[in-house]
Design a protein around this ligand. Sequence first.
Ligand code: FER
Length: 302
Amino acid sequence: MKKLLQIKKIFFIASVFVVLSIPTYSQDIVKQAPVGFDVYKENILHGKIDTISYESKTVGTTRRALVYTPPGYSESKKYPVLYLLHGIGGDEKEWYNGGNPQIILDNLYAQNKLTPMIVIMPNGRAIKDDRAIGNHMAADKVAGFAVFEKDLLNDLIPYVESKFSVLTDRESRAIAGLSMGGGQSLNFGLGNLDKFAWVGGFSSAPNTKSPELLVPDPAIAKNQLKLLWISCGASDGLISFSKRTHDYLEEKGVPHIYYIEPGVHDFKVWKNGLYMFSQLIFKPVDVSSFPRYVYSENATSK
Ligand code: FER
């Protein structure tokens, strides 16, 4: 009888531990950016933004990109690389001008929330005159966004890997972008799983390939991807391109985060995309947490 009571007691204590550990566990996911995430702070370490130029055999010109190196960047360490792509009306400076990614990332580094990485912001319009002028929808300009796949793989990545102290395996390479760049990221990332293990599309545009072309072999994608991130503003006119991709991935059992937040087609959503995606990459991923990525009004990541 005494023994039974003891067993009951042990069982009770064990259950208390299990119950208490649930809330701790559920705090693990990355939450919507809190107020102040994009505000410059004087008294923390800051990364550095530079312009780089590389010879593009694909386009036949010298092309530009911005590079953000993290606080404390050292040639004696090797870093993973995030390629961060702009939208149809932008160029290599669009993220910098509209989203101040260096402020968002500096603040996250100050809170120890990022694996140190280099961020490359290229010009994704791979045509001779790649300036963001005139009619952005002109056929030759739109076509340049598809040609950028070759420029990225054959010209820019080799340049970055020859000039910076970076890791070169697929698990050390991520690609994400906004709108037209979100479509590029899904197309190029999922189309080159030997090159990219982390893929993110923020408010992806109509250039996003149809799901069957994007992920023709769900088993390979499931096996190769570390993280596939798809986010969009709930009131974005382009949401159908994210939703159809999500629906297909869900049907085929390919793990991914589908994160819908209040908002339209603008930098508020894209900055939060960078805030959340950057915290998830280049570290262990818990696939079972993906369904818990649901927008929460009073989220703070503190
Ligand atoms: C389109 C609508 C929007 C399109 C591209 C976009 C190529 C891109 C928008 C953006 O990058 O912000 O029909 O076709």
